[in-house]
Design a protein around this ligand. Sequence first.
Ligand code: PMP
Length: 432
Amino acid sequence: SSGAPNSRTENSRELFERASRIVPGGVNSPVRAFRSVGGTPRFMVSGAGCRMTDADGNTYVDLVCSWGPLIVGHAHPHVIDAVGRAAAKGTSFGTPTPGEVALAEELTARTGVDKIRLVNSGTEATMSALRLARAATGRTKIVKFAGCYHGHVDPLLASAGSGVLTLALPDSPGVVGTDETIVLPYNDVDAVKRAFAENPGQIACVITEAAAGNMGVVAPRDGFNRELAAIAHADGALVILDEVMTGFRVSKNGWSGYSGDTADLYTYGKVMGGGLPAAAFGGRDELMSRMAPEGPVYQAGTLSGNPLACAAGLATLELCTDELYAKLDATSVTLQGLATKALAEAGVPHRVSTAGNMFSVFFTDADVPNLEAAQTQDAAAYRAFFHAMLDRGVYLPPSAYEAWFVSGALDDDALGLIADALPHAARAAAKV
Ligand code: PMP
């Protein structure tokens, strides 16, 4: 990669060395460390629109968007203004504030859920939804799908996707409670039927990504979410649709609005915080009213509903109009077409896999309905592809098992740069 325009890494390297002395692996979230793609993680110092700039002055068109939240791009003036105005009035009160009411109203209006509780991360949202499902049913077992990631919640760290998958750590030490977790292959209705037949009256809930995005993007087969809900409900179990990634990204309300799939409890995050820490879980009143202080199920947070995060989330959602979603859909289709063309011309086996405007490219010939199929991909080909794109100023996820995220800020110049970079990257992947 030497000689390519974006290959200067002196400052990032120095920062990474400093960080590695005092932070495990030099990062505060594992996939950031570039372990599976190799090379020096780029330390970002600023962003504007669809571009971000690293500590060595390299600029990238960003197709990660902070792993989803930045649906309107970096440092959008409307969002920055809202955060600035909120910050000037104080960063936290530990009391209820008007901003959290406004955000909760916006979220319930968009999704149709009766009640919502704000938390600080997707992990907290799924952890709390799971607790509520167990409390409401009086049962302990849960069903999750291999390759789905729901944050680093103990019982959900069985066969998880995202960084756990990237680092090939199928199960983490230090975790308890996964003996209550039944892990099934994604998109397999018969497996769901069998699990309920073998554990009648014992399963509290089925949790599933509304559309999977943490083993690469794998959409639910037509009817899958509805059928698993019917099976669960017939046994008195609940369904949690994890919309942390899909919520307010694939449509104004998320996958549920996009597909018509419904659930008993929903989890949200990413877009709804506009790049600040905010997430939520919600559902119908009869379930949510079991949460303290209305009911006995405990959950709390010093910074929950933080005014800056609520301001960023609300300002972002104000920009999440029908026009924005139409643009995201069109941009996503354009990028899918460009990637397909480049890889086909270079003779690289690949599958572009989509769920609404989320997509990823699997470097395999196989159909990809589940984790097992996703793992047939050629990791070395992705590594070469990733670095060729990076050297030409396109920032892709530093793992073959992550979604590519578009933002409304992607402009014609950026799309042109991506179009120019793709054939080089495809040829690099072909040489592996
Ligand atoms: N659920 C899903 C579907 C996710 O994609 C993620 C994060 N990628 C989480 C939960 C966890 O969210 P957080 O990283 O904010 O804890």
